[in-house]
Each structure stands twice: as C-alpha cells, then as structure tokens.
Design a protein around this ligand. Structure first.
Ligand code: GLP
Length: 258
C-alpha cells in the first residue's frame, strides 16, 4: 500500500488527476470506477481542465459508479447520477452510454445488482477505481460489518453516514436510508485503487484503514489486501497515522530507489 501525504486538498485532486490522465494515455479505453462526495470534486475539476486545455480524451472511456441512493426521484439534485453529470460527465467527451451508475429506482433491485456486476465483467473489469472514505471507514456505502467478499447489493445506511450526508439535504429525515452499492469484493477486483481523503474528520477512519487490522468493521481496511492500492491524503486526514514520517520518507526516497 502506498501512502502519499500532501499539504493541501488541492494538491490531492491534482495528483489524482495526473494519475488518471496517465492511465487514460496508456489505455484510452480504460474502465474507470468513480466515486461521489465532496472529496473527489477537486479531481473532477482538474480532469475537466485537462480535457478542455490539454485535450485529455474520454471518448473511449467506460465508467462505473460505486453507489446510488435508493428511492430518490431521478430528477433529484442529490442523486449520484445528477452529481456525476453536473461535476464531470457534461464537461468532458465521455459517451453517455458508457457511463454506468447504479439505479436507485429499479423495480427488481436484486436483478439490477446482478446485471451491474455482469456488466463490469463484460466491459473487462475496472482498471482504476477512485474511492473516498466515510467517517465510519466505509468505502462506497459498505457500512461497518459489510462482508469483505460482498458484491453489489442494497445496503442500509449507518446512522453516522446519514448524519454526515444530511449536510446535502434540507434535513436528516430527507436522507435515504437505503443505497445500492458495489461490494467490498467488487471493489477489490479493480486493478488499481486510489483512495482520497481530506480533513480532520477523516483522520480516525484513515488511520484505522491503513494501520489497523483488516476488519469488516472498517471496510476501507480491506484495501490492505490489494496489491496496488494508494491512499492520497492531506495533512489533516493523515493526522492520526503513527507511521506518517515513514510514508513521507518513502515518498522522498522513491525517486532514487534502485
Ligand atoms: C458517501 C459515499 C462515499 C464517499 C463518502 C465520503 O457516503 N457513498 O463513496 O466516499 O460519502 O464523502 P465525502 O467525500 O463527502 O466526505
């Protein structure tokens, strides 16, 4: 696992965007796994800038989003579908039929989840997965006690997540209780994973994920089992890491490594 610590949240977005751009340049038909939330906003803004100013090409890219609230009407501004269109898709040249987002209004949720998993496989699997982290250590909406082998399914949100996400709604009562989410097992199959975190509110979850035991109580700790997972953190989110000095030392020395 690689841990990169930067001074500011802006730097996190820029580094992540450079890594995404490198991936797209190496494989123009990359399958991207995408996340929502406030954390990846800087990454998306930088990708939009790179597309507009440097011609970063998304024409062959396929994307799969991690999750979606269940039950919000399609036009609701807090759907992740709306978020992705507003913050990324409508500003770049990705084809709409190549962007997959779980449906929160499917009549047969179980059949939809099976189809979503199948579609990821049919597209060749996720090459690069972007993740945020919840303050309870969740990735996507894999709340504490989610099986580390879980697949795309419906999940009941934790009280803490509802409270955290209520800032986007007019009241906590308006936050949906259920979501469709890729499972931890689905996420671990991505070839490369980049988790972004910023702010002091994420420090405990990040420390548990990076330095704690692998446990279903902290879904992000499952990334310790992945061969190519990277945490890109600002100083506040890295604030509770016991080995922070070592990670920074590694980064400084890596350029000269044999
Ligand atoms: C939501 C999403 C997660 C995201 C998390 C953190 O619960 N399902 O994918 O990582 O929030 O969000 P934020 O980046 O806004 O802190």
């Amino acid at each position: 696992m690689e841990v990169i610590i930067k001074d500011t949240v802006e730097e996190i977005g820029k580094i992540a965007a450079r890594l995404v751009a490198r991936q797209l340049n190496a494989k123009p038909d990359t399958v991207l796994g995408l996340a929502t939330g406030s954390t990846p906003l800087g990454l998306y803004a930088e990708l939009v800038r790179m597309h507009k100013e440097q011609g970063l090409d998304f024409s062959q890219v396929v994307s799969f989003n991690l999750d979606e609230y269940v039950g919000l009407p399609e036009s609701h501004p807090q759907t992740y579908d709306y978020f992705m269109r507003e913050n990324l898709f409508k500003h770049i040249n990705i084809s709409e039929h190549n962007t997959y987002i779980p449906s929160g209004t499917a009549d047969n949720c179980e059949a939809f989840c099976e189809w979503y998993e199948r579609r990821i496989k049919e597209c060749g699997g996720i090459d690069l997965q972007i993740l945020g982290i919840g303050s309870d250590g969740h990735i996507a909406f894999n709340e504490p006690s989610s099986s580390l082998g879980s697949r795309t399914r419906i999940k009941t949100l934790a009280k803490q997540t509802i409270d955290d996400n209520s800032r986007f709604f007019s009241s906590p009562e308006e936050v949906p209780i259920y979501a469709i989410t890729m499972g931890v097992g689905t996420i671990l199959e991505a070839r490369k994973i980049i988790l972004l975190a910023s702010g002091q509110a994420k420090a405990a979850a990040v420390a548990a994920a990076v330095e704690g035991p692998v446990t279903s109580m902290v879904a992000a700790s499952a990334l310790q089992l992945h061969r190519d997972a990277m945490f890109i953190l600002d100083r506040e989110a890295a604030g509770e890491l016991k080995m922070a000095d070592y990670y920074e030392w590694v980064q400084a020395k890596m350029a000269h490594a044999p």
